[in-house]
Design a protein around this ligand. Structure first.
Ligand SMILES: NC(=O)c1ccc[n+]([C@@H]2O[C@H](COP(=O)([O-])OP(=O)(O)OC[C@H]3O[C@@H](n4cnc5c(N)ncnc54)[C@H](O)[C@@H]3O)[C@@H](O)[C@H]2O)c1
Length: 251
C-alpha cells in the first residue's frame, strides 16, 4: 500500500535530532523524499543515513535557518533537485533561557525570537515562492504549549505565540492558492532540549505531573501529528495549532 506521502518532496529543519529527526524518519516511512537542514551537519547526515539504510531517499545540508541566504539556497536546492516542494516542517528551535531569571536580568531573548520566529518566517517565505508556482503545498511549524499559555519564560513564550500568529496569517493569505499552513504545539517531549530536566529526578517527577497523562511524550508522537498535517488526510485543515500534549493545556 502506498504511504501517505508517497513520492513527495519534503523539508525538515532541525532534523539532526529530537522532534525533527523523528519527523524526517516518519516522512520517509510514508514514502517521502526528505531534505534535512540543521546547523549540526553530523546529526543531520546521521538522520539522512538512517533513512537511506531503510531504502528511502534523503540528504542533509548544513544550514543556519537564521541566515536568509543559506535558507534560500537550501530551499531552492530542494525544489531544483526534486521538481518542487510538497511539504515543509519548519521545526528548528532553541530554548536557551533560564526561566527562573528575573526579567530585569534577561539576556538571550532576542536570539530565541531570531531562531524560533524570524527563521520560521524566512523558511516559509522561501518555500511559498515554490509552492505558489505549483498551486499546492503544506507547511507546518513547531510552536509549543508555551505558544498557548503564559508558561515558558519571556523570549521562548513570545516566540512560540508568534509562530501561531504567523501560521494563521499565512493560512488565510495562501488558502486561495492551494497552500495549507498549520503548526504543532508539543507538550513536554523527551529530546535533547529537555534532557537536562528529564535527567534531574526532582524536575522529572514535576514534568510528569504537568499533563493528565502521567508521562513525558515521545518525539515520534509529534511526528505522527506532523505527518497527518503534511498529508492529504488533513486536506480541509489550515491555520490550526494542533496541540499534542497529553492533555496539559486541557487543565
Ligand atoms: N522537547 C520539547 O519538550 C518541546 C516542546 C515544545 C516545543 N518544542 C519545539 O520543538 C522543536 C524541536 O526541538 P527538540 O525538542 O526536538 O530539540 P532538539 O534540540 O533535539 O532539536 C532542535 C534542533 O534544531 C537545530 N537548530 C537549532 N538552531 C538552529 C538553527 N539556527 N539552524 C538550524 N538548525 C538549528 C538543532 O541543532 C537541533 O538539531 C523546537 O522548535 C522546540 O522549541 C520542543
Amino acid at each position: 500500500m502506498a504511504g501517505l506521502l508517497e513520492g513527495r518532496s519534503t523539508i525538515v529543519t532541525g532534523g539532526a535530532s529530537g522532534i525533527g529527526r523523528a519527523t524526517a524518519l516518519a516522512f520517509a516511512e510514508e514514502g517521502a523524499k526528505v531534505a534535512i537542514a540543521d546547523t549540526d551537519l553530523a546529526g543531520a547526515e546521521e538522520t539522512a543515513e538512517m533513512i537511506r539504510a531503510k531504502g528511502g531517499e534523503a540528504y542533509a545540508v548544513e544550514c543556519d535557518v537564521t541566515d536568509q541566504a543559506a535558507v534560500d539556497a537550501f530551499v531552492d536546492g530542494v525544489a531544483e533537485r526534486w521538481g518542487g516542494i510538497d511539504a515543509a516542517f519548519n521545526n528548528a528551535g532553541i530554548s536557551p533561557e533560564d526561566f527562573t531569571v528575573p526579567w530585569g536580568d534577561l539576556g538571550p531573548a532576542d536570539l530565541t525570537m531570531d531562531t524560533n520566529y524570524r527563521a520560521v518566517l524566512l523558511c516559509m517565505a522561501a518555500e511559498l515562492r515554490h509552492m505558489v508556482k505549483a498551486g499546492k503545498g503544506s507547511i507546518i511549524g513547531t510552536s509549543s504549549i508555551a505558544g498557548q499559555s503564559g508558561n515558558g519564560g519571556a523570549g521562548y513564550c513570545a516566540s512560540k505565540h508568534a509562530v501561531i500568529g504567523l501560521t494563521k496569517s499565512a493560512a488565510v493569505k495562501y488558502a486561495p492558492m492551494g497552500i495549507r499552513v498549520n503548526c504543532v504545539c508539543p507538550g513536554v517531549i523527551e529530546t535533547g532540549m529537555t534532557a537536562p530536566l528529564i535527567a534531574d529526578p526532582q524536575a522529572n517527577a514535576f514534568l510528569k505531573t504537568l499533563q493528565p497523562m502521567p508521562r513525558i511524550g515521545q518525539a515520534s508522537e509529534i511526528a505522527d501529528a506532523v505527518v497527518f498535517l503534511a498529508s492529504d488526510k488533513s486536506s480541509f485543515i489550515t491555520g490550526h495549532p494542533l496541540v499534542v500534549d497529553g492533555g496539559c493545556l486541557a487543565r
